[in-house]
Design a protein around this ligand. Sequence first.
Ligand code: BTN
Length: 265
Amino acid sequence: MKDVNQNKLNSENIHSFLNIDKNLKVNLEIFDQIDSTNSYLLNKKQAVNELNVCIAEMQTKGKGRSGKIWESPKEKNIYLSIGSVLDKEISELDGFSIFIALMICDALKDLYKIKAKIKWPNDLYLENKKFGGILIETKMVNKKLSIVIGIGLNIFMKTNEFINQEWTSLYIEKPFLEIDRNILISKIISEISNNLNYFLEKGFKAFKKDFDKRNILKNKKVLVSNFSSSDCTALDVNEDGSLNLLVDNLKQKVTSGEVSLKIQK
Ligand code: BTN
């Protein structure tokens, strides 16, 4: 991969590559350093029919799921948050994080022919290692749902002593690819924006077939937090975005907020 660390994040470039409805206003802010792009947008006033985008070259308090830290070294990766206001209840957004993961996979496939997998409900995998994650945060403001979609993708990172699980980056897997983060960010924003209304109208079931092709957990033995049994196999995902597990030969359904899963070696 040509070292395109090189191409710093640039607002004009990102705007120029966007391919979205011209009536949609995109407010884009780029920071050299921030605590967390998600926290920043959560505290910002948002409006319907607008996308607020916050990107940073580094985060000092990058947030992962379950209160974990998201390693966010300078100029190595993508730390992207997209915020908006939706006319929906949170309960109507089943499978939303899988939808976002699919949009990222589509962007990677279209731009670089990369075939990424998804570990339910929102981790991105290449060669059985995690290279990206999604953290969705919401709050109610004036009876409307303010939503922030946080996306972290390891791009040029070659080493990181602080990550305590197997991980990878696009550079590690595809060293000859030329990646400009500005183009990839634009493509991800465009994919999400162009498919969001369809998701809000039809729900996850309209995307289930696409997800099935990328479901890395299917038929894998997994360790499930909160479950004492180690005889757990992940099956498929339902139209409401929940996951079926086979636990001691009994089928059980779990939702993304309830559990976290590890693939058994
Ligand atoms: C995970 O644990 O897999 C989710 C990681 C999400 C990280 C991203 S980086 C941009 C945004 N800002 C944050 O503080 N977290 C998300």
